[in-house]
Design a protein around this ligand. Structure first.
Ligand SMILES: [Fe+2]
Ligand SMILES: [Fe+2]
Length: 472
């Protein structure tokens, strides 16, 4: 395995120097990207040294280098996982045929749409998180925020490489558009709902990296199966980085829980607010919001698009190789449809249910995260338990968007029951105001905000009191 050539303007392992036209096109896009970063990336920290990891190789071992970097000088590069000799398409109508090294003409538009949709989420999340550095609960957390930000930037690079290399003029236009849409902008929003939601406090950020980056994991797993080999290889490497983002969310929320339960144990007769911790019910409400919003990202339960993406070999299932039947032509998927105000079991051809199949894997993985948090509760001898909201709860997309459902049981609720209870299920204005009131920066080495416990260990075997960001 060769390392990455960092002497080039754009570090890469795709022999960019061997394709001068492409290299020029990407070098022309680079200043626009940096301008977007300056405008929409993290505010005010661009001159600071941050202890970041940078990809230097694509192997499973030792792919990252750690060191102090100023974010605008981060080496955003283009890295694909190694090619598999003789790789064949693993599912759909072209099952068993040689994987495509070029865009199959008949699927060009679908493929571009899949790549653009994935690409759009990357800069969107950076925009959503741009102000959080000002209220970081510690230098450790500040560093993790910036690590996630620069890697989302690199994921944008990864997708723009595909657009520039394989889609000609319209690919270059799409690459420009990716720098022009804005998260939460009414006139020119990002493509997917969750990526337009405000993420203005750290509890939201930690829930976002837990639930929304986890959606990213499953979209990448499905695209890593693609018959279009450059996309598959790109996504496989992106998954390596994505794991850290979910780590930030899962352990981060876990630390918030640990802090709250510790305060409750030490002061059983007091309100945890008196000690600047976050009450259990507010944590659960934030979980409910971000989990339900991110569950929407898979799209409608029955979808002809998802059938087309599968049939054409462009987007598979997560862990496709574990499936017995890669054609999915004869099977059916049983799900609970919600039509005309009632829930009824319905069977749909499996290919039309691929969104739901991917969502199933996502929900299972979310539950493992909840179990992790509940083990923290057990370890602290607390009777508190957290729950994943029912997949019907608070949906905006798909059949369940047509009703109100209980977060624990999934039962259908009438409007008045919903209105009477929604304030105990989703964050209220008062909850958000309280959480925001806690958002004061803690920049002293080794110190942590009142609402979050220190991590079990630091990054790259450095201590929890390491100077992860040099602010002086
Ligand atoms: Fe990403
Ligand atoms: Fe991510």
């Amino acid at each position: 395995m060769t390392g990455i050539d960092y002497s080039q303007k754009i570090p890469n392992n795709v022999d960019l120097a061997g394709d001068k036209r492409l290299q020029r096109a990407l070098e022309a896009w680079q200043p626009n990207y940096l301008e977007w970063w300056a405008q929409m990336g993290p505010t005010d920290f661009n001159t600071k040294d941050v202890y970041l990891r940078t990809a230097i190789n694509v192997g499973a071992e030792g792919w990252a280098h750690f060191g102090y970097v100023k974010m605008p000088e981060y080496r955003w590069g283009i890295f694909l996982a190694p090619a598999e000799a003789g790789r064949t398409i693993g599912f759909g109508d072209h099952y068993g045929q040689a994987a495509w090294q070029q865009v199959p003409g008949e699927y060009r538009n679908w493929l571009r749409r899949l790549i653009v949709t994935q690409a759009d989420t990357e800069p969107a999340s950076v925009e959503q998180q741009r102000l959080l550095g000002h209220t970081a609960p510690s230098l450790y957390d500040l560093r993790n925020l910036f690590q996630v930000n620069v890697e989302e930037g690199r994921h944008l690079w990864a997708m723009v490489y595909l657009l520039h290399t394989y889609f000609g003029k319209d690919g270059r236009e799409e690459a420009e558009e990716l720098l022009h849409r804005r998260s939460g902008n009414a006139d020119h929003p990002r493509i997917l709902g969750t990526f337009n939601e405000p993420c203005e406090d750290w509890l939201s950020f930690l829930c976002f990296t837990m639930f929304t980056d986890r959606d990213g994991k499953f979209q990448l797993l499905a695209l890593a199966e693609s018959g279009f080999d450059p996309l598959a290889r790109t996504c496989r490497f992106m998954l390596t980085e994505e794991a850290h983002h979910m780590f930030v969310g899962q352990t981060g929320v876990g630390r918030v829980i640990e802090k709250t339960l510790t305060v409750m144990r030490e002061h059983p007769d007091r309100d945890v607010r008196d000690f600047g911790a976050i009450p259990v019910d507010i944590i659960q409400k934030y979980i409910n919001f971000w989990a339900s919003s991110s569950t929407d990202l898979y799209g409608a339960e029955i979808s002809s698009n998802s059938a087309n993406f599968f049939r054409s070999g462009l987007k598979g299932r997560a862990y496709e190789d574990k499936q017995k039947d890669h054609l999915a032509l004869e099977q059916f998927y049983l799900f609970e449809n919600f039509v005309d105000g009632r829930i009824s079991k319905e069977e749909v051809p499996l290919r039309n249910a691929m969104n739901e199949v991917l969502r199933d894997e996502y929900v299972k993985d979310n539950q493992r995260g909840i179990d992790f948090w509940n083990r923290i509760c057990e370890r602290l001898d607390s009777p508190v338990r957290f729950t994943l909201p029912h997949r019907r709860f608070h949906r905006k997309i798909g059949c369940y968007a047509g009703g109100h459902f209980h977060p624990a049981t999934g039962e259908l609720l009438d409007e008045s029951t919903w209105l009477a209870n929604v304030g105990s299920w989703l964050p209220t204005a008062a909850d958000k105001a309280y959480v925001k009131s806690l958002m004061k920066p803690v920049y002293e080495q080794g110190k942590y905000a009142s609402w979050i416990a220190p991590p079990a260990k630091g990054i790259d075997e450095k201590g929890v009191d390491y100077e992860y960001v040099k602010l002086a």
